[in-house]
Design a protein around this ligand. Sequence first.
Ligand code: NAD
Ligand code: FE2
Length: 372
Amino acid sequence: MLELTSLIELQIPPVVRFGDGAVKSLASWTADKGFKAPFIIADAANKDRIDLLGLTNPTCFTDVVPEPSIENLDAAVAAAKGCDLVIGFGGGSAMDIAKLVAVMVSDEVAFADISGPHRAPARKVGLVQIPTTAGTGSEVGTRALVTDLATMSKVATESVHMLADVALVDPLMTVTVPAPVTAATGVDAMAHCVEAFTSKRSHPIIDGFALQGIQLVGKFLKRAVKDGNDKEARTGMALAAFYGGICLGPVNTTSGHAVAYPLGTRHKLPHGIANALIFPHTLAANAPVAPQKTAFICEALGFSASEPAEICKKAKAFCEDLGLDMALSAYGVDEADLPLMAKEAHAIRRLLDWNPADLSQEDIEGLYRAAL
Ligand SMILES: NC(=O)c1ccc[n+]([C@@H]2O[C@H](COP(=O)([O-])OP(=O)(O)OC[C@H]3O[C@@H](n4cnc5c(N)ncnc54)[C@H](O)[C@@H]3O)[C@@H](O)[C@H]2O)c1
Ligand SMILES: [Fe+2]
């Protein structure tokens, strides 16, 4: 944990518009900035409502798939040639692709030339992000994740040039998200906050966002799952996701995401479900090392527990109450898969090195076994 006096840098978009009707301001912003060739990047759920953005004759790439691959990214880059503004309109998958397209479209660079930290060239086109799920918080950050199908790993790319010029967070864009996706993406938002809050590099400036984000999830996620049209709950979750995105910037996630990643890459589980399956187990594993912060998390989610086994049980019940099946085996994960998954997860040092508890490969295999 860093001290209050420790230096930390927050990078968020210079303009954030949050609330009802935020998307309606896109057309005037685009005209004011003089952009003439907007290019929209959307997923299947949003491709039939591009007109909501109010732009005249935008070009579009609407084939973003969940957990996108480098091939999916390359197709979007090819379609974007000649644009002067990239607009991500969708869940984290579409927004992450938009970030990468924005830095790749003007220069002849391949993904391999820019992947990883701080290698992307300066952006020559504008970038707007419009989230339509309440989960990743990608709209506020500098990072993008795509899957390398050759190695079955998620490749994280990070650059200040991938930060949006404007983020338009309009919670009403999320009312159409089906209940299971609402639950899974909401747990992802919570996981960003929880893991940043307990990280070894947690910082008081981020802790405030993190704890408020967890409280919002405790208050609103179940309501948003039960009634997708509950506007207050949708707004609370959009804010939780936004706070989670702020947490990802300077602090980022730890063991929850690292242990969840092989479920996404190997078993094709959606990012949020993978995180939900792992969340109770890493929360409990970290509890002895971060007891006070774990107690705050449990309280914010509406339960109290002190022993790891009880924490795990109650955190699992919180997720089950959202309608999520919390057994790995229900998603086709086999006991024989666990050693390789543990090896892969343990190698994700960029996250695990900041986990409060030091988890060995055997420990991680044990977490998978407990979640099976
Ligand atoms: N950049 C970051 O910091 C960051 C953080 C966390 C996760 N991610 C990445 O983001 C991706 C996951 O994003 P996600 O969880 O938002 O899921 P997603 O973008 O893959 O979307 C999930 C599903 O919901 C649909 N959908 C989106 N908006 C909808 C709406 N309004 N109504 C109905 N359906 C809708 C999509 O079409 C898709 O089928 C993963 O690739 C993950 O690795 C990125
Ligand atoms: Fe995440």
